[in-house]
Design a protein around this ligand. Structure first.
Ligand code: NAD
Ligand code: ZN
Ligand code: ZN
Length: 352
């Protein structure tokens, strides 16, 4: 153990479901034998963190809770069993903090499907604190030439959309509609899509998001708030008007989940990633059958997907916009997010 680890640290703590987060001092946790302690420098703020605060999902969080699962920092301590992560390494806290490693899903590298997962900032404390714990097997390995501020949103948003695009089966030269393209996951999806040779149609609302989406490489922007016929507008943006080969649903709203089957190309794939509260999928059986539409879910990514998503970033292919504010301002970020007013991602600096 290194000696300069303080006993107390700043954190944002949710003390009551549905309440506001409280910026306060709490003890620095100690890593168990198979864990590392990371001095978190920056953490992205994902809409999942807001779902956790609001209690949107049919899965309880721990309380009190330190949220956050896009934490990038430096390893400062490790347990006795940890051999492959060194003190001083860059590492990241991602959504999957740990898993059993022995179930059928873990054995086949489908660890996000483990029935006994530890979820950062949900069932275990996450990255909205200066020192966070992660299972050594699962922490993201971050190369030293990466910028910790910019890599933070890759740890959930980047990884998740990269995996979602792979799950879509879309191939270079094909079209993918990114629904919620102006948000945190969406802005990353536009960059990963371009890097993967896909043409992206961005769907979101407002002029600020339009400007950002076009700068990030979207071939077309469809504004869901002003379009008179969104289905036609999306189809028109593809060759011969057949519709996109894939749809990545990232929006925090149920309607687009019902709409995607109307514009996806025949034999196309709809990938559900966003997790709006109490939402259901609906698609006409007739069209799904006769147009051979695939509808599926995609949930974060495994350790290999994490390494690949980070490598895209390291190679300079992923430049999604983010704004940095102090950890003390987290509640203000949640308030903006609630109103869909964030273009790209907010990253909190844990030293402020
Ligand atoms: P965000 O708030 O940054 O972005 C959501 C975007 O959706 C906003 O830009 C908003 O304007 C847009 N939007 C709202 N209604 C829309 C509509 N009808 N049509 C098009 N766009 C619309 O959120 P985020 O951090 O990008 O997260 C998005 C969702 O993904 C959340 O529900 C989050 O919990 C979920 N998520 C899922 C996974 C996973 O593994 N499946 C991982 C991370 C996040
Ligand atoms: Zn997330
Ligand atoms: Zn398991």
């Amino acid at each position: 153990m290194s000696t300069d680890i303080p006993t107390e640290q700043w954190a944002q703590v949710l003390e009551q479901r549905g309440g506001s987060v409280v910026h306060k001092k709490i003890p620095v946790p100690k890593p168990g034998p198979d864990e590392v302690l990371i001095n978190i420098k920056y953490s992205g703020v994902c809409h999942t963190d807001l779902h956790a605060v609001k209690g949107d999902w049919p899965l309880a969080t721990k309380i009190p809770l330190v949220g956050g699962h896009e934490g990038a920092g430096i390893v400062v301590a490790r347990g006795d069993l940890v051999k492959d992560v060194e003190i001083g390494d860059y590492a990241g806290i991602k959504w999957l903090n740990g898993s059993c490693m022995s179930c059928a899903f873990c054995r086949t590298a489908d660890e996000p499907l483990c029935p006994e997962p530890d979820l950062s900032g949900y069932t275990v404390d996450g990255s909205f604190q200066q020192y966070a714990i992660g299972k050594a097997a699962h922490v993201a390995r971050i190369p030293k030439d990466c910028n910790l501020e910019a890599i933070a949103p890759v740890l959930c948003a980047g990884l998740t959309v990269y995996k979602g695009l792979k799950e879509s089966g879309a191939r270079p030269g094909e079209f993918v509609a990114i629904v919620g393209a102006g948000g945190g996951l969406g802005s990353m999806a536009l960059q990963y899509a371009r890097a993967m040779g896909l043409h992206a149609i961005a769907i979101d609302g407002g002029a600020e998001k339009e400007k950002m989406c076009k700068e990030l490489g979207a071939t077309t922007y469809v504004d869901f708030m002003t379009s008179k016929n969104l289905v036609e507008d999306v189809k028109k943006a593809t060759p011969e008007g057949y519709g996109p080969h894939a749809v990545l649903l990232l929006a925090v709203s149920e309607k687009p989940f019902q709409q995607a089957s109307e514009y996806v190309r025949s034999r196309g794939t709809i990938v559900c990633v966003g997790l709006p509260a109490n939402a259901f999928l609906k698609a006409p059986v007739f069209d799904t059958v006769t147009r051979m539409i695939n509808i599926k879910g995609s949930y974060v990514g495994n350790r290999q997907d994490t390494a690949e998503a980070i490598e895209f970033y390291r190679q300079g292919l992923i430049k999604a916009p983010y704004k940095v504010v102090g950890l003390s301002q987290l509640q203000e970020v949640f308030d903006l997010m609630e109103q869909n007013k964030i273009s790209g991602r907010y990253v909190v600096d844990t030293s402020k």
